[in-house]
Design a protein. Structure first.
Length: 176
């Protein structure tokens, strides 16, 4: 059994004629293959997040939902839900923070990672969400713009109440 590898330069040189043929292909073929490749890239991103065990929701440039990963479905409803194919706050307490996160992530800034800790519709629960801005790789047909990742909700720990020392206890300690 033998293994054959090629160097990056040779492989790039070999692919150049293929790219030239695609550029010279009839418009009907370019119009068909372009969206398929863009969709395959988005599918690959969705599969990668799923393999990592991340609860991902894929969004387009307007914030419309392209895909909800299987891991994300059970986490919906705490702080985030989907209404009319768009991500929305599950309750009024998280609406402002979610809106700010989405506006920051949907802008034309370079790819980045943003996160927010959103209060759930239930009391004393919070859900961390992360928004990853995805580079479109220069493809104008690429609909995938961002990935919203949900973490499992968790109870908010409140700091313990500090009790004031009783005056007798303070005096007793000073006598020792």
């Amino acid at each position: 059994m033998s293994t054959h590898t090629t160097s990056g330069a040779k492989e790039t040189a070999r692919r150049a004629p293929e790219r030239q043929r695609e550029a010279e292909a009839p418009p009907a073929r370019r119009d068909v293959i372009g969206p398929i490749i863009a969709g395959a890239r988005a599918r690959g991103v969705a599969d990668a997040f799923e393999l990592l065990g991340e609860a991902a929701i894929l969004l387009d440039f307007s914030g419309a939902v392209l895909h909800v990963g299987a891991s994300a479905r059970p986490l919906m409803g705490c702080a985030v839900t989907i209404v009319s194919d768009h991500v929305a706050a599950a309750g009024g307490r998280s609406a402002g923070a979610l809106q700010s996160l989405l506006e920051a992530g949907m802008g034309e800034a370079p790819p980045q990672r943003l996160e927010a800790d959103l209060p759930c519709a239930e009391s004393d629960m919070r859900q961390r969400v992360r928004l990853y801005r995805i580079d479109d790789a220069g493809d104008p047909r690429q609909l995938l713009h961002s990935v919203l990742v949900l973490e499992p909700p968790r109870r908010v720990r409140r700091p313990p109440l500090r009790r004031k020392r009783a005056p007798q206890a303070a005096c007793a300690q000073g006598a020792d």
